[in-house]
Design a protein around this ligand. Sequence first.
Ligand SMILES: C[S@@+](CC[C@H](N)C(=O)[O-])C[C@H]1O[C@@H](n2cnc3c(N)ncnc32)[C@H](O)[C@@H]1O
Length: 327
Amino acid sequence: MDSKTEASITIDVPITREDPDTLGNIVKAGLLANPRTLPSKLFYDERGSTLFEQICELPEYYQTRTEHQLLVTWADEIVALSGAEELVELGSGAATKTRVLLDAMAQAEQLRYFVPFDVDETIVRRVSEELVNEYPGLQIHGVAGDFLVHLEHIPEGGQRLVVILGGTIGNLPAIAAEDFLTSVNTEMASGDFFLLGVQLITNPERLEAAYNDQKGITAKFNKNILRVLQTQLGAQCNPDNFDHVARYNPDAHRIEMWLRSAQDQTINIPSLDLSVPLKKGEEIRTELSAKFDRPLAENLLITSGFELVKWYTDSEQLISLALARKP
Ligand SMILES: C[S@@+](CC[C@H](N)C(=O)[O-])C[C@H]1O[C@@H](n2cnc3c(N)ncnc32)[C@H](O)[C@@H]1O
């Protein structure tokens, strides 16, 4: 087992055991599909995680500061209702907003254990080092893994609060989101709590502006998926030969990010024996970011085995935190 224990930090790295063929098959199937797609988890190497942290600071990206403010307002109540001693965060990234929950748990003298779980090993290690210093006595069990594959690596614990923030659930197609939350539910004990952050359907101009920032950081983040394709699968392609596109799809109530080929070109991935010729203007879809209303989110939670306990939202109805419980 690729586990290292240092003081009160344990990092489990199941991602290194991911069969390269599995990733290769997903990439191959996606690039040959209509429309062409790439899996959005490939955004997140160290550079991608840093770019996402920069996106969270952008004036156009209202999502992070709104969700943060909701947590500031409701963390004490969430912690009291859940009675949790262990916080598990799936897609934890920089865990910036998570500190609001950790503070509330510490304040309530309930904080024992934190499980940051992310596909980017560098950020799991960084966050674990930071938090073990910020919260004396905190036990950290980081998991650098794919939450669609490695959920069984979440350690057994006491009363738990599992959280998914940052609109991460919206990055999965609806069926996959339900399957994923059902698996999360299966890993939880009866009486454990679940906090799901969802981005709400709002006016398309505001949504599109959030993904087309003036500084071009989201464009860099989008193109980073090709850099990760280069490092992980040896793809031969030039990210500069693509344009960033983000547009709202009102029928599916989601933002879609695409990479549009700026010229006729070919992506070659010799390790997959794959050649993908692209015409100028042809697009590859790199991310979905589904937006919800209350019935959509509640239905997702119920079909995944949860019961809704509280629905928190901001005055502009941009973001909601759904607090749920495994019956
Ligand atoms: C939209 S960001 C949210 C980050 C953070 N939770 C926040 O609220 O700002 C999505 C996070 O999920 C992680 N992620 C994406 N796909 C993943 C997967 N399949 N398994 C584990 N982590 C994943 C990314 O590395 C990234 O840190």
